[in-house]
Design a protein around this ligand. Structure first.
Ligand code: AQP
Length: 325
């Protein structure tokens, strides 16, 4: 059976960007592949975090995984730091990756903004991500478009290792959705939606209450044309909302354009608010049930064991090939 792996950072409440770009497809993929989904809490440390909050967000993210429909009987769900092979493999692969490659990472340039005080981990974290992936030898990695460059680096590292040391790694392919691969900020539709954005009007989280969803979508930036048409260059705001609407309702963008022919933004936003609230309601109620049930601890115990069995085996092969006793 084909293997699949992906992860999400517990750097804030999961947004519709994370959900539509990645998580929605996790749930579909567990029906057809041997899936590994992790909470990459060590990646979160690349930006200063409050330790107590990080612990809480890590557990909450596991509960969100379960609430969105991941089934521990079908998928291995685990926390990165609970499988020590990840950190160890990351060091070994840092001795395969090249500085020139890390210098080209756009996300580092965007988040680091050239500052001297940026943490060194932010610079090297794409190699930790490569380790996260390669330890499991997945064929596909479901991600949003922003992770494409990191996946390319992972492939380069894997290819170099296979050539210079031993043929161990499968070259992973990014698996990017046709719709919703890049959900943009509601307050600025020319930049991607991010859970650590400065303003809460940038995003909708999976746990936002109905009133909040309504307020945020009402304030979402559009344009003055009042015509519902998909055109990301001329109409980035409305195109982004169409993407969200399509992903949450299952209707194609063409269908939505037709449905709203002759109608204005008021009606469109009113319906989108309803679709969003209705889509998130069952996820939210499951989340609160799961968080209060002790299920997360159970799932993580089982997930950690299953993940470590695979990761430790690959780590052993990496070390053997590199001459590390
Ligand atoms: N706006 C987005 N549209 C589509 N997909 C997105 N993803 C993130 N933002 C969008 C995808 O979500 C997955 C998890 O991302 P992550 O938590 O590992 O880190 P990120 O890509 O840096 O996401 P954020 O929300 O922007 O987090 P912060 O603010 O902490 O940096 C990935 O598959 C990603 O592609």
């Amino acid at each position: 059976m084909e293997r699949v792996l992906s992860g999400i950072q517990p750097t804030g409440a999961v947004t519709l960007g994370n959900y539509i770009g990645a998580m929605q497809r996790f749930v579909q993929m567990q029906e057809e592949a041997d899936c590994y989904f992790c909470v990459v809490n060590m990646h979160a440390l690349t930006i200063p975090q409050d330790p107590e909050l990080l612990k809480q967000r890590t557990i909450d993210l596991v509960a969100i995984y379960l609430a969105t429909g991941l089934d521990p009987a079908k998928s291995t769900i685990f926390v990165q730091s609970q499988v020590p092979a990840h950190a160890e493999a990351a060091w070994l692969l840092q001795c395969v990756a090249r500085v020139g490659e890390l210098n080209r990472m756009v996300q580092f340039k965007e988040k680091g903004k050239g500052s001297e005080s940026v943490l060194a981990g932010l610079y090297t974290y794409p190699v930790l991500m490569a380790a996260d992936i390669l330890l499991y030898n997945p064929k596909r990695v479901p991600v949003g478009e922003d992770q494409k460059q990191h996946l390319e680096l992972t492939r380069e590292i894997a290819e170099r290792f296979n050539r210079d040391y031993a043929e161990i790694f499968t070259l992973p392919e990014p698996y990017i959705g046709e719709v919703g691969a890049r959900i943009m900020g509601l307050d600025n539709p020319t930049k991607k939606m991010s859970k650590s954005a400065d303003s809460e009007f940038n995003y909708i989280t999976l746990l936002d209450e109905p009133k909040k969803i309504e307020k945020k979508l009402k304030r979402a930036v559009t344009d003055s044309e009042n015509v519902i048409r998909f055109d990301p260059v001329a109409k980035p705001g409305i195109s982004n909302l169409l993407n969200i609407y399509s992903s949450l309702s299952g209707k194609s963008i063409k269908e939505l354009e037709k449905q709203y022919e002759g109608l204005g933004y008021g009606q469109f936003k009113k319906d989108l608010i309803e679709v969003t609230i209705d889509h998130l309601a069952p996820i939210q109620s499951r989340f609160y049930e799961i968080r209060n049930s002790g299920e997360v601890e159970q799932v993580l115990k089982q997930g950690r064991e299953k993940a470590a069995a695979v990761a430790d085996e690959t780590l052993k092969r990496i070390k053997d090939a590199m001459g590390i006793i």
